[in-house]
Design a protein around this ligand. Structure first.
Ligand code: GDP
Ligand code: IMO
Ligand code: MG
Length: 429
């Protein structure tokens, strides 16, 4: 297996955690390169369910090196709580199998406070963020006022940077929003202590994975969120603050883009979205309600009910194209067993005129109408199926139609949350 990546091809929560856990079997390294604890990647192993937010989804396999790259917005407290939770459950995590970039940016308390105040300030225009401080942290990174994990390891480096940051942020929090300010001494002491706990994991992880790659090791990159939440190519401004797809890897992991051998987009057999923003194939009626119920569509990070709708072939064609997907992996196919009729959004139109593909602007997306194709459901349980040949003919026809519309080979199907509920279709794992 060459070095490859997995990215969300919709609005997040496509089942990346499950697929990464599965593909990690053939990898030596699993690397997160963007996002932060806004992610919630679920891995189910037997009766146990793990929801990973910052620690890569390869951590449940002994012998794999899990890397948090420089492009991640890292909340040290969230990472350590996650680490403690894994240790309590008997998962081995130490400086050998978890590595953290010294250059990853730190999420402080003021970032989370600013995230929630900024959402309140926006009122009806809010994004519906996860409240994890992601936007404010990346804003500081771009403004060159951020603090990096390596800075937490030396009081003389952290103190002046934190002091300067808090002077500015407290002015915003206290003077503009009339909220309690954040105490410098308390933060300094706490984040230095967090830095001490992180010390054994911290290093130049970009150099480490480049050397490993040269030595013939296999790297699997783990995207968080989804391509339609990408800061540049998603449904701006209703997006997250990072490049979620393959474009984020070189910058966020320090790994040359031209060394990535394969890119797998993950998409549900239908569509979900958490938070605000356009969602062309959203079903506001019984169909959406039933998808939520059958798919248990509640956020892994915030518990919010996910908005549900039908597979959007136009948007998925766009996300696969822009990320150079070499394969598409379709998850949650089993959820559709409960439906008599399945819908696929096959194209967009505006004022009765068919649009050629996915429109770049948000205004267009809010105004478009979706043309649907209806398919008869297969109406039988497929959670025990492990081979393509054993799927009902109507399920195969549905998958083949998705493949045709998206124009990317569907290389694997997932028919349940557990590790073994996989149907290979070209990609073995
Ligand atoms: P991620 O953020 O992309 O890793 O996805 P989440 O973990 O947030 O959400 C995916 C949800 O679907 C989780 O509850 C998974 O356990 C579950 N899941 C993954 N694959 C399948 C599948 O094929 N069928 C069903 N029914 N559930 C799945
Ligand atoms: P995973 O990795 C689904 C959404 C939020 C909000 C927008 C911005 O589990 O697929 P942010 O907190 O990032 O500033 O919120 O992005 N969002 C996600 N939706 N899955 C995720 O991650 C998400 N991470 C952020 O709901 O609409
Ligand atoms: Mg998720």
């Amino acid at each position: 297996m060459p070095s490859e990546c997995v990215f969300g091809a919709q609005w997040g929560d496509e089942g990346k955690g499950k697929i990464i856990d599965r593909l990690a079997v053939g990898a030596d390294y699993v690397v997160r390169y963007q996002g932060g604890a806004n992610a919630g990647h679920t891995v189910v192993v037997g009766d146990e369910k793990f929801v990973l937010h910052l620690i890569p989804s390869g951590i449940l396999h002994p012998g794999k090196v899990n890397v948090v790259g420089n492009g991640v917005a890292l909340d040290p407290q969230a990472l350590l709580s996650e680490l403690d939770g894994l240790l309590e459950r008997g998962v081995k995590v130490n400086g050998d199998n978890l590595r953290i970039s010294a250059s990853a940016h730190v999420i402080f308390d003021h970032h989370r406070v600013m995230d929630s105040l900024s959402e309140k300030w926006k009122g009806d225009g809010r994004i519906g963020t996860t409240g994890r401080g992601i936007g404010p942290c990346y804003s500081d990174k771009a403004a060159r006022t951020g603090v990096r994990i390596g800075d937490l390891l030396e009081a003389e480096r952290l103190a002046p940077r934190l002091k300067a940051a808090l002077a500015e942020k407290n002015a915003w929090i206290v003077d503009l929003h009339k909220q309690a300010g954040i105490d410098f001494d308390e933060q300094l002491e706490r984040f230095l202590a967090l830095g001490e706990r992180l010390r054994p994991f911290v290093g130049d992880v970009g150099g480490e994975i480049r050397r490993a790659h040269k030595a013939g090791k296999t790297i699997l990159f783990e995207g968080a969120q989804g391509a339609l939440l990408d800061i540049d190519h998603g449904t701006y401004p209703y997006v997250t603050s990072s490049n979620t797809g393959t474009a984020g890897i070189a910058a966020g992991a320090g790994f040359p883009a031209n060394q990535i051998g394969g890119a797998y987009g993950i998409a549900k057999a239908y569509c979900t979205r958490v938070g605000e923003g356009p969602f062309p194939t959203e079903d506001h009626g019984d169909g959406g309600y039933k998808l939520r119920k059958e798919g248990n569509e509640y956020g892994a990070t915030t518990g919010r009910p996910r908005r549900c709708g039908w597979f959007d072939a136009t948007a998925t064609q766009f996300t696969c194209e822009i990320n150079g997907a070499t394969g598409l992996i379709v998850t949650n196919l089993d959820v559709l067993s409960a439906f008599d009729t399945l819908r696929i959004g096959v194209s967009y139109s505006s004022n009765g005129v068919n649009l050629d593909g996915y429109p770049a602007g948000l205004i267009d997306l809010e105004e478009i109408e979706v043309e649907y194709e209806d398919h008869e459901g297969w109406g039988e349980d497929i959670t025990m199926v492990r081979k393509w040949e054993d799927l009902p003919a109507k399920a195969k026809a549905y998958v083949e139609r998705l493949e045709e519309l998206v124009g990317t080979p569907i290389v694997m199907l997932s028919v349940g949350p557990e590790r073994d509920q996989i149907i290979p279709r070209g990609l073995e794992a």
